[in-house]
Design a protein around this ligand. Sequence first.
Ligand code: MLT
Length: 205
Amino acid sequence: MKHIFKQGTNKNAPVLVLLHGTGGTENDLLPLADRISPESSVLSIRGNVLENGMPRYFRRLAEGVFDEEDLIFRTKELSDFLDQAAEKYGFDRYNLVAIGYSNGANIAGSLLFHYQGSLKGAILHHPMVPRRGIKLQDLSGVRIFIAAGDNDPICVPQETEDLISLLKDAGANVSVHWEKFGHRLTASEVEAAAVWYDTHFKVLS
Ligand code: MLT
């Protein structure tokens, strides 16, 4: 998959996996990685699917209606890519924290749902429930931060509450931060994510 890898200065810090929103690229979330954990290595990945020229991580049939078959296929593709990247760049495959926005948060959620141990933690900006009606992997020990908008028209509050319940029922430690700016990724939710990250993941060199 098209990507950027930046070697960090602290080998023990989690590697940040950046996953952009619909129409984004691997450059979009680099400033967030700098804010959250500047000493971390960063793997920022571009989605392989194009919707009217806009990169995404999986196909959708309509706004908020996912192509489940493609979601499953693309989640495996991303999981396999993370395996390959860990080998190529020599980082610990089991020390990954994802930062995803919108469609990128949804594929990160799908990784958590389908692949045990795929992520140690995740910062999900405006995620939806990637798939319903399946048994999730055991998420014990996985720490997840969710930023949501209580007036988000794409991801309504009930969707966020459903996602929190599913993740908690699978054993994850979930924190949620609510804002009032619709589906926007705001500077203040990034600040809240940074505080959460320092509490859960900050490691000394
Ligand atoms: C999705 O398709 O993943 C969600 O609707 C969010 C979006 O990317 O617009």
